[in-house]
Design a protein around this ligand. Sequence first.
Ligand code: FMN
Length: 321
Amino acid sequence: MTTSDFTLIMAPLQGFTDVTFRNVYAAHFSGVDEALAPFISTMGQQRIKPARIRDVDPKNNQTLPVTPQILGNAAEDFICLARHLAEMGHTLINWNLGCPHSKIAKKKRGSGLLMFPETIDRLLETIIAQMPVPLSVKIRLGRKDKKESHDLIQVLNRHPLDHVILHPRTGVQMYRGEADLDAFEAAMEACVHPFVYNGDISDMASFSLVRRRFPDIRRFMIGRGILSNPFLPEEIKGIPSDPARRLSRLRRFHDDLTAAYAGRFSGPGHLIGRMKGFWHYLGPSFKDHDKAIKKILRAPSLEAYFTHVADLFDTGPLFCP
Ligand SMILES: Cc1cc2nc3c(=O)[nH]c(=O)nc-3n(C[C@H](O)[C@H](O)[C@H](O)COP(=O)(O)O)c2cc1C
C-alpha cells in the first residue's frame, strides 16, 4: 500500500505488457496502481473472437486493475466491442488515437486519425451516445505536426470524456527526439478534461522533472521505463527496498515470467523471441555487461538462452538503475 497523492499507470506495450506480464510483474514489484492493456483491434460485429479479448478478462486480471483499449475507426464495430467489454465487467474503455506505426496509421487508425479531427468528432458523437461505460482517449500531439493538437483538443473538449492521456510526440516522430513538455502544457491548458502524462519517464530525475513542471497532474503513465527498470515504480513511490536484494529479485521475476510464458507459448522459438524482447529493454540497465547481453540476444536455442541468462545473473553484475 502506498500513500502517495498520485497514481502510476503501466502503459500499454503491445507484445510486452500483456496479462501474463502484468500478473507476474505485480507479484514481484509494487508501485504500479493500474494498467492500460495493449490495444484490441475492432473485429466487425459478427463475432467477438475470445482469443482477442482474453487478455482483459477480469477473471485473469485480479492483481492489477486493467482498462481495455480499442484500436479502430468504425463506430459500429467499436460500439460492439465496447459493449462486449462492458458486459465482461469493465467500467471504462480507452480509445487508441496514438499508435504511430505507418501500416496502422495509413488505414486512418491510431495516430493516423489525428489529422482528421472532424472524423474524430463524428466518431465520438456516435460512439459516446451508445457507449455503456465512460470513454478515455490516448493521443499524441498529432500525426505529422504538433500544431494538429489545437484542433484535436477543441474536438475532445466537445465530448464528455473521462480523461485524456497524452504522449507529447507526433506519430511520425515515433520515439525519436524528446517528449515535448511545452506542447504537453499547452494541450493540457487548452483541454477541459483531466490529463494523464505519458512519455520518457525512465528514472527518478525524469519523473521529478514532470512532477515539478506539472504539479496538478495526478496520473502518470510509464511504459518502457518499467521494462528497463522494473524497480522504477517502487523508487518513484518511495517504497523501501534493499539494494542488495535487487539482483536476486530481478532473477526471480525473470524466471517466473519465463515459466509463465513457457506455459502459454507452444514452441521454444516464440518463448525465446518474447524473452529477448524484454532483454532489449532490460539489457542496457546492466552496466558494463554488453558482451553478456549480446550473447543473450543472439542465443540460437532455449538452452543457450538459459545458459547465458544464468551466467549474467551468476557473475553478480552491477545492476545499476
Ligand atoms: C513496443 C511498444 C508497444 C506499444 N503498444 C501500445 C499499445 O498497444 N497501445 C498504446 O496506446 N500505446 C502503445 N505504445 C505506446 C506506449 O504506451 C507509450 O505511449 C510510449 O511508449 C511512451 O511512453 P514511455 O516513454 O513511458 O514508454 C507502445 C509502445 C511500444 C514501445
